[in-house]
Design a protein around this ligand. Structure first.
Ligand SMILES: [Zn+2]
Length: 216
């Protein structure tokens, strides 16, 4: 998970579509109203802005911000059809945040799967770390273990609270699940000069590699 600057919200979200209220508020209120129905209407849609789906406008902008990397696991997948927009605060629980720019992230499908048992710490969702916050850096909260490819909570110079948030973030995005540690280890081996743990082999652009936090 690499720090990046989110910047101001795209025009499609902040324009006042009906003359008085910004689109992101109007659309979130509509989604909220659908969920309040009995039974709730859970069919989600992104709306159309000037002939284009808001979803595709946002995905393009989010891709630029992360250089086509997943915002959470940093997998690199330019133009991947499987990547989509993750609502960090889930849209079913926080409907009024469903079109809020700071709540939207480019995410791979793996990071959108919820871990088994996630429900029991769902109430802590607001403590999951956000890569677009100024005070966030990978080094502050984590380190990469070259022996097994895992992401580990950094316990040096961090508060108990920071450590809990880092641990929660690893669990939430399942950063050490699936075959992710093995995949990181493989890339690490492939791209580091033999005998060096600080230099990437020449000819590789770091922004076209997955798991960029390993190379810093
Ligand atoms: Zn991911």
């Amino acid at each position: 998970m690499i720090n990046f600057k989110k910047g101001s919200a795209p025009r499609c979200l902040i324009q006042k579509g009906n003359g008085t209220t910004q689109n992101y508020i109007v659309w979130a209120n509509k989604w909220n109203a659908k969920l309040m129905l009995t039974p709730p209407n859970k069919s989600w849609n992104w709306y159309i802005y000037k002939g284009t789906s808001v979803n595709s406008i946002l995905i393009e902008k989010l891709r630029k911000l992360t250089d086509s990397h997943c915002s959470f696991c940093d997998n690199y997948a330019p133009e991947a059809d499987s990547d989509s927009i993750e609502h960090l605060l889930p849209k079913m629980i926080f409907p009024l945040k469903s079109f809020t720019w700071t709540n939207l992230f480019l995410s791979c499908t793996g990071c959108q799967k919820r871990a088994k048992g996630w429900k029991k710490y769902e109430s802590k969702i607001r403590s999951v770390l956000k890569p677009d916050i100024k005070s966030y850096s990978f080094e502050k909260y984590f380190y990469y273990d070259t022996r097994n490819g895992e992401i580990i909570v950094n316990k040096i110079g961090t508060s108990k609270r920071d450590q809990e948030r880092a641990d929660l973030t690893i669990k939430h995005f399942q950063l050490n699940e699936f075959s992710r540690p093995a995949s990181r280890k493989g890339f690490h081996k492939r791209f580091y000069s033999s005998g060096s743990v600080t230099k990437i082999k020449t000819g590789f652009n770091i922004n076209e590699l997955p798991y960029r936090s390993m190379y810093q």
